[in-house]
Structure formats: C-alpha cells, structure tokens
Design a protein around this ligand. Structure first.
Ligand code: DQA
Length: 150
C-alpha cells in the first residue's frame, strides 16, 4: 500500500467584517486584491513553506471567537487574524486569543496607526504574539513567514 502523504501543519487565516469586500472596498487604502486573491497567494506561499492554510471570513464577532477557540482542536499550529474593525472594539476576541495556546498573529492591510484615532487602539494586538500591518496583501504573506518560524 502506498503511504498516505504526511499532512502539513495548518495555519488558520481568519478575517473579520467587511474583508469580504476587498477589491471593491476603499481600494486606495486596502488595494485591489480580493480576499480570494490573497487566499491564493497564501496557498502558494504555504506550499513553499511546507504548510497548509485555511482561510475564513465572517462579519460576525462570535464566529471569530469560535474559530479562535477551536483552532487548537482543529489542528491549527498558528492563526493569522485580521479582525477588521473588531480589532479596535472586541474584548471577546481579545479574551479568546488569551484563552488559547495557539499563537495568534495580528494582520492588517493598512497601518492603523497612520489613520483615524479610533484605530490606534488594538485589543487584538494587546493579546497577539505579534503584528504585521501596513504592507497591503504582503502583510499576510509576511505573517505567514513568521508563523512558519514559530
Ligand atoms: C483593517 C484595519 C481596520 O481598522 C479596519 O476596520 C479594517 C481593515 C486592515 O486590514 O487594514 O476593516 O483591519
């Protein structure tokens, strides 16, 4: 019997509200790549790194909390998290990150510190292992490289 291929470590890529609108949404800030484009780039890079990615998006805070809580049990070795606007408001997501042992890397396309004052506080960043922000779609790829080293 041929041996089943060894499964590769999985990295969850969790995306919050309005990130399903990428490509259409304020392209001067977020660029012209869609979330599917970014997921494709991540899959290519993951293959090079010997990883698998599982990219998800939800506009609902509780879905993000559930996905973070279940990441360990579902075999994720790391989580890349762009929580969108919940970054700046969600104590629930902050607490979920603290409740799990899987490392969570905060990702943003834009650099929130260069934007409106209400984006300068990150409840996600206060719980995350680290943050990559301001490089457009490249932020996700840099965060995946960091995840591969963890
Ligand atoms: C964002 C930055 C957030 O402030 C904003 O609410 C988003 C996108 C980013 O990727 O730059 O939805 O997370």
């Amino acid at each position: 019997m041929p041996e089943a291929p060894a499964s590769r470590p999985i990295v969850f890529v969790l995306n919050g509200p309005n990130l399903n609108m990428l490509g259409l949404r304020e392209p001067e800030i977020y660029g012209s790549d869609t979330l599917d484009d970014i997921a494709g780039m991540l899959e290519d890079r993951a293959r090079e790194l010997g990883l698998d990615v599982d990219t998800r998006q939800s506009n609902h805070e509780g879905h993000l909390v559930d996905w973070i809580q279940h990441a360990n049990a579902e075999g994720a070795k790391a989580v890349l998290l762009n929580a969108g606007a919940y970054t700046h408001t969600s104590v629930a997501i902050h607490d979920a990150i603290k409740a799990v042992t899987v490392p969570v890397i905060e990702v943003h396309l834009s650099n929130p510190h260069r934007r409106e004052a209400f984006r300068h506080v990150s409840l996600v960043g206060q719980a995350a292992k680290g943050t990559v922000a301001g490089f457009g779609a490249l932020s996700y790829l840099l965060a995946l490289d960091a995840a591969a080293k963890l």
